[in-house]
Design a protein around this ligand. Structure first.
Ligand code: IMP
Ligand code: MG
Length: 202
């Protein structure tokens, strides 16, 4: 029979790791916006969008994957007849910043000709990816194209002229995660927005 021996030292070093910290109470995270604050802000944004688009044929275009949580909450706060669609793009990044070239990995399922489009994004940083995406969508005959971004990180902005029509929160120039935003694929499931204290441990 296989016998696994655990020494006393192994148990002692394992204990602090287990502690009371879970993925949501991870000590490397500092909460910036709580679940409650987010819910309140989404309600306000939804009411504003409902007023602004009262007579329009609205399509929410979510940019995967980061904006999926924002989309799911925002669409339920918009009391209008609407449809949703998804796009996935990859930006070619060099070591320091995104270059602004985007490759469409998944295009919209339906035409946006004549529609009022609201692009739903998780965060605008340099703005290069979104500017390019708006150029691409702008050539497809939509009636209007506006932008809703859950977070606005204005400091690294390169595309200064990029207009964000609806913003959830403005964040400092730090790496944030949660509510759809990731660090190497992790943390999208956090119900709040947090700053990663030590990115090398993210
Ligand atoms: P940019 O505006 O072209 O620089 O790229 C924005 C994209 O970079 C966003 O859609 C995110 O995927 C990612 N990003 C930028 N800042 C952060 C952050 O603080 N946390 C997580 N992802 C970020
Ligand atoms: Mg994104």
């Amino acid at each position: 029979m296989l016998k696994i021996e655990i020494t006393k030292t192994e148990i002692m070093t394992a204990e602090p790791m287990l502690g009371d910290a879970t993925e949501f109470t991870n000590h490397n995270l500092e909460v910036l916006f709580s679940e409650k604050q987010i819910a309140e802000r989404i309600r306000e944004l939804g009411a504003e969008i409902t007023r602004d688009y009262a007579k329009d044929d609205l399509v929410l275009v979510s940019v995967l994957k980061g904006s999926c949580v924002f989309l799911a909450d925002l669409m339920r706060a918009i009391d209008l007849r609407l449809t949703i669609d998804f796009m996935s793009v990859s930006s070619y990044k060099n070591e320091l910043q995104s270059s602004g070239d985007v490759e469409i990995l998944k295009d919209l399922s339906n035409s946006i000709r004549g529609k009022d489009v609201l692009v739903v994004e998780d965060i605008i940083d340099t703005g290069l990816t979104l500017s390019r995406l708006l150029d691409i969508l702008g050539s497809r005959g939509a009636n209007s194209i506006k932008l809703a971004s859950f977070l606005d990180k204005p400091e690294p902005r390169i595309k200064k002229q990029l207009k964000i029509d609806y913003t959830g929160f403005v964040v400092p120039n730090k790496f944030v995660v949660g509510y759809g935003l990731d660090a190497a694929g992790r943390y999208r499931n956090l119900p709040f927005i947090a700053v990663v204290k030590d990115p090398s441990r993210a």
